[in-house]
Design a protein around this ligand. Sequence first.
Ligand code: ATP
Ligand code: MG
Length: 425
Amino acid sequence: MAKVKAIRGMNDILPSATPAWQYLERQVKSVLSSYGYDEIRMPIVEQTDLFKRSIGEVTDIVEKEMYTFEDRNGESLTLRPEGTAGCVRAGEEHGLLFNQTQRLWYQGPMFRYEKPQKGRYRQFHQIGVETFGMSSADIDAEVIMLSARLWKKLGILDAVSLQLNSLGSTDSRQKYKQDLVDYLTQYFDQLDEDSQRRLKSNPLRVLDSKSESTQAILADAPILSEYLDDDSKEHFSRLTGLLDDAGIHYEINTRLVRGLDYYCKTVFEWVTDKLGAQGTVCAGGRYDGLVQQLGGKATPGVGFAMGIERLVLLLETLGAVPDSEKNSFDLYVAAQSREVQGDVVQFSEALRDAIPGLRIRTHCAGLKNINNKARQTGARLILLIQKSDAGLVGVLWTGADSSEQIPLEELPVVVAQQWEVIKKS
Ligand code: ATP
Ligand code: MG
């Protein structure tokens, strides 16, 4: 019988890969906590309407990427394609948004029906940040500084660059949209097919067309920044001033519009040239109209989401995951003969009590060639327990083989000392 396989674009993350994921997640959490952000956990499934109303009917996501299905009671449900909508829904539903400030983060799988390729999957994972109730550019600067701090901590700051733009207010964008449509309509026949379609449904998206001929036409198109209202201009200059003072480099990309309808004022992307076509590792911006659009009271918001798969790929490409992260245990304990196997299991427990934080894996399989097997685990410490005339003893390897027999009672202290030495090296 044919074996059942995973769904295309939905990947298993195998034990060989999870250490890099865990390392990344740990660094992100530590940076987020240093800025005082709170975690929120939302369901993976929401009512389809939530995404239609927030992301926008004429976006790629809603038009062709959502996993939508009917519940047994006929309700239309959707696997979340992103986290912002659900976060706003949850915040509204539980009274977290009105008249207060929030700094929230979440993580988990997102689902989009896209063409699977390197860095683009149908189930992928994001860590997202959403802040509410703050309208000044200080918070836009903070979320960007937070992401920059993370890249620095991960040792990948040199491999990413920041693209920045302002979309202005909805009103100022309206005027721009009209002028852009008028300009592009003159060249309609020369536009690529996608852009021809978008010209009618979502003209701003034409700006990030990948087609060279369309890009050539865009070279002389009206520029969004020239349409900005005074408030948006001031907001943008405060933001760039704060980033300048913090020494964060950015490039102003007037074509950066982002795919989702709900952005206003600030939009940004962190991009890398190390991953080929799927180069955006983190993207976000301001969405002051979203809460109201979903039925709440007007509440400003700023956030971003990073793509975990792409960041893990980048870490691996750059060799930025420390070796010490790659093994899930530090000490491998094994019996030298069957008669002491039970003692080894018990002694491992005693070691866990004595040395908190030391990751111990106990050998529980056959003992043939045990010395080689223990070495092949790659553990930085190996402890072999055997019986001697004076009772149970252990032989501790810290790199090279050793044959010095250490009485069991002395081992917790000796192992702890050796572990301290290794940690410092
Ligand atoms: P792209 O232009 O690459 O399709 P997007 O604008 O659709 O990205 P966002 O909705 O802004 O992406 O999501 C934020 C981040 O999540 C992206 O920058 C990327 O790192 C990651 N991401 C988005 N879609 C996918 C996917 N299908 N597979 C893997 N990662 C993804
Ligand atoms: Mg996309």
